[in-house]
Ligand binder design. Structure first.
Ligand SMILES: [Zn+2]
Length: 81
């Protein structure tokens, strides 16, 4: 009777290692993080191109290309380097 109990315990111990493949799932979020970082480069934040012209906060002119300055969006001619 005791031997049968030990066999049942042994089966439980064997089933535990089967959960190890779950480590592969932990790697998935890391791959997604790399993809997100590549799609949003920090340099794209300061320069913007709009289909419709936007007003420059300095000269008031309408430009499709504008840069995000301290005062707001400015046209390329008003950008301070
Ligand atoms: Zn301007």
């Amino acid at each position: 009777m005791e031997e049968s109990t030990l066999d049942a315990f042994a089966e439980d111990a064997v089933s535990e290692p089967e959960e190890e493949p779950s480590f592969g799932e932990d790697q998935s979020p890391v791959d997604r993080g790399d993809a997100t970082g590549g799609e949003a480069p920090p340099i794209a934040v300061t320069y913007r191109f709009s289909p419709e012209p936007r007003e420059c906060v300095r000269c008031g002119g309408s430009e499709r290309e504008h840069w995000a300055g301290d005062d707001g969006f400015v046209c390329p001619a008003c950008v301070e380097w």
